[in-house]
Design a protein. Structure first.
Length: 195
């Protein structure tokens, strides 16, 4: 009987700990983030940008021996202002498919056509942005981090990234401000009827 009590107590404690740890919210995670100095923030931002896939969509690419390769001088500059795309069969999109440009800097779906933003420190990118704008863009999915603007469009995964800590988002912003600025005015999104 005593062994049964001990086993049930251990199981109950384990379940209670598991439930408590699952109840953490993004706000809890934000509150627990460590404070970093500016050099550490830039390094943390570099790590995050390199691991969460920013280059996948925001960096133009060319085909190399191993497939698409980032064009170093255009890194994180978004869809090129003079970029060329193959013709689109909108009938496929109307059937529910989404399409990606060969270098992943543009996407087409039921929302229309979106273009990856320039996130370098140039004024055509995020050069004139304040840190608060960047955080608002990621947390609330607002274009340019401004109230009253259009939402960020797919495939930008801001609903996932919004769960990052404030320190992580500040670190990403700090790092992006150190990336070589690239002048590139990204086209505005297009509605499906414009394709």
């Amino acid at each position: 009987m005593r062994n049964t009590f001990i086993i049930l107590s251990a199981i109950t404690a384990t379940v209670a700990i598991a439930v408590a740890s699952c109840n953490n919210t993004a706000a809890d995670n934000i509150a627990k983030a460590p404070k970093l100095d500016s050099a550490a923030m830039v390094e943390r931002g570099k790590y995050l940008v390199s691991t969460v896939g920013c280059d996948d969509c925001h960096s133009p690419k060319r085909m190399g021996p191993n497939g698409p390769e980032i064009i170093p001088e255009l890194r994180l500059s978004g869809f090129p202002h003079d970029g060329k795309l193959p013709p689109v069969d909108t009938n496929v999109v109307k059937k529910g498919w989404a399409l990606l440009a060969p270098d992943l800097t543009s996407a087409i779906g039921m929302w229309g056509q979106s273009f990856a933003a320039n996130i370098t420190g140039d004024d055509t990118g995020i050069g004139a942005w304040k840190e608060e704008q960047f955080i608002k863009a990621i947390r609330e999915g607002k274009s340019k981090g401004l109230d009253g603007t259009r939402p960020l469009l797919p495939p930008m995964p801001w609903p996932v990234y919004k769960n990052m800590t404030d320190e992580d988002l500040k670190s990403i912003f700090a790092y992006l401000k150190t990336v070589k600025p690239v002048e590139n005015i990204v086209p505005l999104p297009k509605g499906l009827s414009q394709l």
